[in-house]
Design a protein around this ligand. Structure first.
Ligand code: GLN
Length: 558
């Protein structure tokens, strides 16, 4: 039987950064727990066709889907909370919408009529949303309209939502995620900004059905009443959503307010019995950790003026958390700015206080020499190390320089004239870059990798053939492969079609004495680096095997 999808639009009021993405992902989790199929769409109002060309300090992490779309980090949240893969169609940007409309116009698909912003742009948005419903066969399509109500940028998306409600009566719901500040000088929770947000939404022809009231504290009955009166909404449809420590607790916090039942009631669907057992078990582990694990992440995309942004590496952080929770440990993450090690090499000795170090993905020269020094310290001091993409490439550079003795070895991304280009641009990338074709042209998305026997990776994955997501232009130059192996580097994973090196390791041993003895060569408790990004596939209920292996090794150091 053909399913009829229901559409839930979620938009934000008052200000950005109040956890709209997590709210939507959590709504997904609780509806799913009632036995319904859920998918989620992210609408980003910027002109960029995708997030691939944006600097992470500007936009946060660029998430990559299995089919190679470089998208907003919220898609990562959806995947993590829904425990499902999300694909290209679920990511809509102004750039994508206009690009499609202009292409159709050029192809005479509008039959010679005048193509106009309204209704042609909203219609294209609606077409895309419906396509997701059709293709995924989901019972519920959740749609996040990026930005805050009242911005110019998202007006056409709100218009699409309004039009959809009109055409699909009873199948479209609106949720406003708003913010209630508690100014210190006043000491009281204020509802006025939310009232204004609703009024702005009203002027776009939309009345919210449910308001999720985000605040530092729970929203009391008095405030709920006030919102009810002034925002024209039933009191029970105001959902209190106070700050909580872990994002993974949000679905449970929503259920305390019986949100899934409220949503299903609005669609006149009978709520099936809910099952959040696994989720509850995980949250219990998060709340009562048995021990701590100290992880250093060495990168460069976290300074924004005087603020530290963690958004640039959100999937890495979450993957560390998932694996730590699995072992009932609480991760303590420290940001290591690698430029500091270039200026003050003495700081490197402090790395020993960490249980493990990660060098995540990265681009360009700034901070790389510092990263190489960090990696060298991990290798020689036997500190568990996990390198992700750039963190793998630089581990190879480090090994080539300091173990193979090829001084000045480098990636051609950092030094195009290096005598030993041990990391080099992939052949097909050379043409693309010479034509300045940057957008969406890296080696992107899922590729398979064959794992070598008797490796740390095989022990972790328990599978010889795996598939992981990529985002890079450079690769290990296979002319150096033999030399690296001769000197003790383990090539632990290879792409079976192209022979590209996907994983490198140092040999390990069951006898810790071997790597405790610094002089006895390469043995290391855990030194694994991947050309792919395992962090994109880690989920709270199914932590990634490599991150699990890494955290396990880190905990042994504690
Ligand atoms: N800059 C490197 C490359 O393009 C690594 C990319 C990354 O870390 N995602 O190959």
């Amino acid at each position: 039987m053909k399913k009829t999808a229901r559409y839930v639009f979620v938009c934000g009021g008052v200000m950005s950064g109040i956890g709209k993405g997590i709210a939507i992902a959590s709504i997904g989790t609780i509806i799913q727990s009632r036995g319904f199929e859920v998918t989620a769409i992210k609408i980003d109002p910027y002109i960029n066709v995708d997030a691939g060309t944006m600097n992470p300090t500007e936009h946060g992490e660029v998430f990559v889907t299995d089919n190679g779309t470089e998208c907003d980090q919220d898609i990562g949240n959806y995947e993590r909370f829904l425990n499902r893969n999300i694909y290209d169609d679920n990511y809509i940007t102004t750039g994508r919408v206009y690009e499609a409309v202009i292409k159709k116009e050029r192809n005479l698909e509008y039959n010679g009529r005048c193509v106009e912003v309204v209704p042609d742009i909203p219609n294209e948005v609606i077409r895309r949303i419906k396509k997701v419903g059709r293709k995924t066969g989901a019972d519920f399509v959740l749609i996040e309209i990026g930005g805050t109500v009242g911005e110019y940028q998202n007006a056409l998306f709100l218009e699409a939502a309004r039009m959809m409600r009109l055409s699909y009566l009873g199948r479209v719901l609106f949720i406003l995620v708003s913010y209630l500040p508690v100014p210190k000088s006043v000491g009281e929770m204020k509802t006025k900004p939310t009232q204004n947000a609703v009024r702005t939404l009203n002027s776009a022809g939309i009345q919210p059905d449910i308001i999720i009231a985000r605040s530092e504290y729970p929203v009391d009955e008095k405030r709920k009443e006030k919102i009810s009166t002034f925002c024209n909404i039933k009191k029970e449809d105001v959902v209190s959503a106070p700050d909580i420590k872990s994002i993974y607790e949000v679905p449970l916090s929503f259920e305390k307010e019986r949100l899934s039942q409220k949503i299903l009631n609005k669609f006149q669907l009978r709520p099936k019995k809910k099952d959040l057992t696994r989720w509850e078990k995980m949250v219990r582990a998060i709340k009562a950790p048995q021990r701590k694990v100290k992880i250093g992440i060495a990168g460069k995309y976290f300074r924004s003026g005087k603020f530290t942004l963690m958004d640039s590496y959100i999937s890495v952080i979450e993957a560390v958390k998932h694996a730590s929770y699995y072992f009932e440990a609480e991760p303590e993450i420290t940001w290591l700015d690698t430029e500091d090690y270039e200026k003050r090499p003495k700081l490197l000795s402090e790395l020993r206080k960490f249980d493990g170090i990660i060098v995540p993905g990265g681009f360009g020269q700034r901070g790389t020499e510092g990263k190489i020094q960090v990696i060298k310290t991990c290798r020689t001091q036997k500190i568990p190390y996990l390198g992700l993409c750039f963190g793998m490439q630089l581990a190879v550079v480090e090994f080539t320089r300091h173990v193979c003795g090829l001084k000045g070895a480098n990636s051609t991304e950092i030094n195009p004239k290096t005598k030993y280009p041990v990391i080099d641009l992939m052949e097909e990338q050379k043409k693309l870059l010479s034509k300045k074709e940057y957008g969406g042209t890296m080696r992107l998305g899922a590729y398979s990798c064959k794992i070598a026997p008797k490796t740390i990776s095989l022990r972790a994955y328990k599978n010889r053939l795996i598939s992981e997501r990529h985002r890079h232009r450079y690769e290990l130059n296979n002319t150096y492969k033999e030399k690296l192996e001769q000197k003790g580097l383990v090539i632990a994973g290879i792409n079976p079609e192209t022979n590209l090196v996907e994983i490198i390791e140092l040999p390990t041993s069951n006898s810790p004495r071997k790597f405790r003895d610094r002089k006895r060569g390469m043995y290391h408790p855990f030194f694994v680096a991947t050309q792919f990004h395992p962090e994109f596939k880690s989920r709270p209920l199914t932590p990634h095997p490599l991150f699990r292996g890494f955290i396990k090794a880190c905990l042994k150091r504690v």
